[in-house]
Each structure stands twice: as structure tokens, then as C-alpha cells.
Write a protein that binds this ligand. Structure first.
Ligand SMILES: NC(=O)c1ccc[n+]([C@@H]2O[C@H](COP(=O)([O-])OP(=O)(O)OC[C@H]3O[C@@H](n4cnc5c(N)ncnc54)[C@H](O)[C@@H]3O)[C@@H](O)[C@H]2O)c1
Length: 327
């Protein structure tokens, strides 16, 4: 039987494939990765550990015939291909709609026809948007503030539709901000930006007061979540998928400043004008995921120490110019 990972050349997809290949539990599966290289680079396929069990393809999740063929003998679909992020979805809304929603529908339709057992969809905390409560729980109404969040809500509804109509084993994971070094460090987030600036001896810039809080989840914990939800109990369910701790941007900067100082590099924290945002800060209840057995391995400090070390090692091995080119 096969596991299909879409978005295989992306940040999370490429790392997920490498981690599945290392895991005994998935030793009997062939792992097929697919990407059209719209965002992920072809070179990222070179970083996936090749062995007889992995097949990496170029293809488009919107292509019906291709997807139908792809899903033959597939037991698990990890559907990660997307135009990901608020800015990217606002910049090109029609393309994002096609890939994120139509592409997901194409995969769901063909997965139902091919009797796929598990269809795991990474949604986002962006679905909560303008939440009026202080703590986000899965059964609260979704109020997205942007195209990205709205498209995630649409895909969630489609997943639930296929679960209810056809019994497809859909699992929805509402991830928070994923950080940490995966197979390749392409992405730019507040965490990687701060660490890179610290390593260059530049000040860590906070926009506004830095009191805005976010949940940050380490990529290794994300991979554990992806493995954990392959259980009948998760079918048809929605899970908040984060660390369960919301850190302020200021706290994050202070932790990175401290780690940097321990490594002999003093950096300053500076404050600049706030960027406009309608987002509210709320806590993230991960009790439902914990009841499946999830125990985050990384708290914010341990995760930042690991990520700092990983980025430092990468820069030492390839040089800062090459590293910056990569991201
Ligand atoms: N990274 C995060 O913090 C985060 C948080 C919440 C949810 N997610 C979700 O997790 C998923 C993976 O995120 P990521 O950070 O790895 O994103 P990414 O952009 O690194 O990877 C997505 C991959 O999908 C590929 N792709 C795009 N359109 C395609 C198409 N039509 N056919 C085939 N491949 C296509 C891209 O080339 C890219 O390699 C996305 O759905 C994202 O919205 C990510």
C-alpha cells in the first residue's frame, strides 16, 4: 500500500517524507511524493533520502486524470500542497482558490472513489480569525479574516462533507505557526528572521509593543501529530494542533537574545511602528489532540534553542550568502 504526500517539495512535506521513511510503523508502505514546484524547489527532492520505498513525482493536484492514477492503492493521503500564507493568497486569489480549494476537492473526490483510508488535511488557526473568546476550541464558530483562512474553512467543510457522505476518513489539523529547521530552511517566519538577525549581530525588530501572542509549534512535534492521527478515532474529527502555549513576540525575542548571548553574540531588541492587523490574540486549546496521546516535545525555549543551533550549523556548513539565497 501507498502513502501519498502532496506538496512533497515544500517545507513540511519534504520533512514529513524523510521522517516517515525513518519510522518502523510505516516501513511497509511505498511513499509517493508529488509537487508541481510552484513554490517548493526541484532541488528539494535531492534532499529527500532516497531508498527503494520512495517515489518523487512532478505533477499538479488539479489534474484529474493524474490524481486519479496517483491514488491507486493509496491508504493514506497527507495533502499538503497549497498556496500557503495570508500574503500569498491575497496576492493571487484566483490561483489560490484553484489550487487550495479545487485541488483539495479533486483529491477528496478521487480519494473517496479509490477507498483511501485516511485523508489528512492541514488547516490553520487562521480559521478562527476574529474569535471573540480567549481560548480557541474546535467547536467554536470560524470567522476568518482573509482569503487564506476562508479557503481553509472551505476545505474543512469539503473534508467533512466527504466524511459524512462517503465515509472517507478525513482528519483536519488546525496548525498554528510551524517553526524549526526541516529538510530545507526555505521559509521565512518571525522565528527564522530573529535567529538570522541574531547570528548576523543585527537587532531583533519588533513591530508594535510585542505583546501580541501566538502559539508556535516545532516541526518535529508537527510530524508526531501527522503520525498520531492515523487512528480510527481521528476520522471525521477536527483538532487544534499547536504547542498549547502562546508566547508573545517580545518573549520570543528575549529568548533568542538570551540564547545568542550564551553563544557569545550580544544583540539588541528594538521596537518599530506596529503593522496594521485586525487579528486578535487568543489561547489555543489542544486538549482534544492530547486525548489522542499527543505530548509536545518542545516547549518554546527548548524549541528555540534547537532551531537556533540548527540554523547556526546550516550557516556554518554552507555560508551565510548561500543560506540566505536558500530562504
Ligand atoms: N508552515 C506553517 O506554519 C503552516 C501552518 C498551518 C498550516 N500549514 C499548511 O500546511 C501545508 C504545507 O505548508 P508548508 O509550509 O509546507 O508550505 P510550502 O509552500 O512550503 O509547501 C507547499 C507545496 O505545495 C506545492 N504546490 C502548490 N501548488 C501545487 C499544485 N497545484 N500541485 C502540486 N503541488 C503544489 C508547492 O510547490 C509547495 O512545494 C499547507 O497547506 C499550509 O497551508 C502550514
Amino acid at each position: 500500500m501507498k502513502i501519498l504526500v502532496t506538496g512533497a517539495a515544500g517545507y513540511v512535506g519534504s520533512y514529513l517524507i524523510n521522517k516517515l521513511l525513518e519510522d518502523e510503523r510505516f516501513a511497509d508502505y511505498e511513499i509517493v511524493g508529488v509537487d508541481n514546484f510552484l513554490v517548493g524547489k526541484k532541488e528539494n527532492y535531492e534532499l529527500i533520502k532516497k531508498n527503494g520505498r520512495v517515489k518523487l513525482l512532478q505533477g499538479d493536484i488539479c489534474d484529474r486524470e493524474f490524481v486519479d492514477d496517483l491514488l491507486k492503492d493509496t491508504e493514506i493521503v497527507y495533502h499538503l500542497a497549497a498556496i500557503s500564507g495570508v500574503v500569498q493568497c491575497n496576492r493571487n486569489p484566483m490561483l489560490a482558490l484553484k489550487i487550495n480549494v479545487e485541488g483539495t476537492l479533486n483529491l477528496l473526490e478521487n480519494s473517496a472513489k479509490r477507498d483511501v483510508e485516511y485523508f489528512v488535511f492541514p488547516s490553520s488557526s487562521a480559521v478562527y480569525g476574529n474569535l471573540s473568546e480567549d481560548m480557541a476550541k474546535e467547536d467554536m464558530p470560524t470567522k476568518p479574516l482573509n482569503n487564506y483562512g476562508a479557503m481553509k474553512v472551505s476545505c474543512e467543510a469539503l473534508c467533512l462533507g466527504y466524511y459524512n457522505s462517503y465515509g472517507l476518513g478525513t482528519v483536519i489539523l488546525r496548525f498554528t505557526n510551524i517553526y524549526g529547521v526541516g529538510t530545507y530552511p526555505k521559509w521565512r517566519t518571525v522565528v527564522s528572521n530573529f535567529i538570522l538577525r541574531a547570528l548576523k549581530g543585527e537587532p531583533l525588530i519588533i513591530h508594535g509593543t510585542g505583546e501580541q501572542r501566538r502559539d508556535f509549534v516545532h516541526i518535529d512535534d508537527v510530524i508526531e501529530i501527522y503520525k498520531l492521527v492515523i487512528t480510527p478515532k481521528a476520522k471525521g474529527e477536527i483538532f487544534n494542533a499547536g504547542s498549547g502555549y502562546t508566547a508573545s513576540v517580545k518573549e520570543l525575542a528575549e529568548i533568542i537574545k538570551e540564547i545568542s548571548s550564551k553563544k557569545g553574540k550580544e544583540v539588541k531588541i528594538t521596537f518599530e511602528k506596529a503593522r496594521e492587523s485586525k487579528e486578535r490574540t487568543f489561547g489555543y486549546d489542544i486538549g482534544k489532540l492530547k486525548s489522542l496521546g499527543f505530548k509536545p516535545k518542545y516547549d518554546i525555549r527548548k524549541g528555540m534553542e534547537k532551531t537556533f543551533g540548527d540554523i547556526q550549523n546550516l550557516i556554518e556548513s554552507c555560508g551565510i550568502t548561500e543560506y540566505q539565497k536558500e530562504i
